[in-house]
Design a protein around this ligand. Structure first.
Ligand code: GDD
Ligand code: MG
Length: 362
């Protein structure tokens, strides 16, 4: 079975970290999101994946050299400067996809613990052109919403409905089984939205089905969601984290440290803290509920609580970083600075004044 992974969008709500990497490359417990997806594909016997990208994402993805877990990868590019939306890339990859069997299409920017084999099995029993994995959420307004009949046929599909009009709490989880007939529903050579154009038509034709699943699911679109999925996935690791310098350092599980992490004495790390490869933490540093990307250094006596720090950042001594702050890649923060709450700092900025109100520093 083949899969097409939609990976050419821009994660605007995760700025400033998404200025320098697509969402598929955000580390989740020190592994790029795309690697989690490859692993899940391999586990479900999917042998070939087509990455629907633009030139920029292709370049960045190739640089990262993510382990492919035995899955063969082909790139399918949107035309330069002409993003094809969520449907256009499916049409564009028509020649690369199967014409006799259904195939999978995945939103590349979500973490979805879906059993692909199961959804394929369910799909086989229906006369569907598309079967969508559905997940229940409290607030469906940020998503595509499905109204189901008693046979799990989707009567109506509405993308991002205003709050009072959402037909249900069952949302499109961004995992589809599509049949080759789908190609007839997608116009060629232009941007097409599966969610706004194709799914509503399929629903009218009675060819759209849903499959509810209740595994772990997260759209890492907002910083809080990003921190939350990292936190959730840390749970099972619990006390297994090894750290050779542990005696001098207080580690409050769960935490995850990648290779070559160094932590100075009297530092208190955790709970819910993820340190990327080659992160250097000084002495007497306190970090909790935070994700620190690779190659970042944090000076003595600093504290970080509930923040995401990009890669290659240089945080000085006695710096305080509060809840909801997002620090871009290669930012330099001078000694003694404080970032109160919800402060975002664009990549490579130098901070030499404290920021005490929620603000975007561009
Ligand atoms: N190649 C390519 N070209 N990929 C694209 C393009 C494009 O022009 N636009 C978006 N994508 C990719 C994104 O990278 C992402 O992986 C996926 O398509 C979905 O696009 P988003 O822009 O992230 O959509 P969304 O998050 O607002 O909504 C979608 O996901 C929700 C679940 O997270 C919809 O599918 C909703 O119905 C769904 O509920
Ligand atoms: Mg999205």
């Amino acid at each position: 079975m083949k899969a097409l992974i939609l990976a050419g969008g821009f994660g605007t709500r995760l700025r400033p970290l998404s200025c320098t990497r697509p969402k598929t490359l955000f580390p989740i417990v020190n592994k790029p999101l795309l690697q989690w997806t490859f692993e899940r594909l391999a586990k479900n016997d999917v042998t070939d994946a087509i990455l629907a990208v633009n030139h920029q994402t292709e370049f960045l993805l190739k640089q990262y050299r993510i382990p492919r877990c035995g899955v063969r990868i082909t790139y399918s590019r949107d035309p330069p400067g002409k993003p094809l939306g969520t449907g256009g890339p499916v049409k564009k990859a028509e020649k690369l996809l199967d014409h006799d069997f259904p195939f999978l299409v995945l939103n590349g920017d979500i973490f979805a613990d879906v059993n692909y084999k199961e959804i394929v099995k369910i799909d086989k029993k229906k006369k569907a052109v598309a079967t969508i994995a559905l997940h229940r959420v409290e607030d469906p307004t940020r998503y595509g919403v499905a109204e189901l009949d008693e046979n799990n046929r989707i009567r109506r599909f509405v993308e991002k409905p205003p709050s009072e009009t959402a037909p249900s709490n069952f949302i499109n989880a961004g995992v589809y089984v599509l049949h080759p007939e789908i190609f007839k529903y997608i116009p060629e050579n232009r941007a097409v939205s599966l969610e706004r154009e194709v799914f509503p038509t399929l629903a009218e034709d009675g060819k759209l089905y849903g499959h509810m699943f209740d595994g772990l699911w997260s759209d890492i679109g907002e910083p809080e969601d990003y921190l939350e999925i990292n936190k959730t996935l840390l749970n099972p690791f619990d006390t297994s984290q090894k750290f050779e310098e542990r005696k001098k350092v207080e580690v409050k599980n769960p935490v995850a440290f990648d290779k070559e992490v160094s932590i100075g004495e009297k530092s208190v790390i955790g709970p819910y803290t993820i340190l990327g490869r080659h992160v250097i933490v000084g002495k007497n540093v306190h970090i909790r509920d935070s994700v620190i990307f690779q190659n970042t250094s944090i000076g003595d006596s600093s504290s970080i609580n509930g923040a995401v720090i990009g890669e290659g950042a240089n945080i000085g001594k006695e710096v305080k970083i509060g809840k909801g702050c997002i620090v871009g890649d290669h930012v330099k923060i001078k000694d003694g600075m404080a970032l109160a709450k919800k402060v975002s700092i664009c990549p490579a900025k130098e901070i030499s004044e404290s920021v005490l109100t929620p603000e975007n520093i561009i």
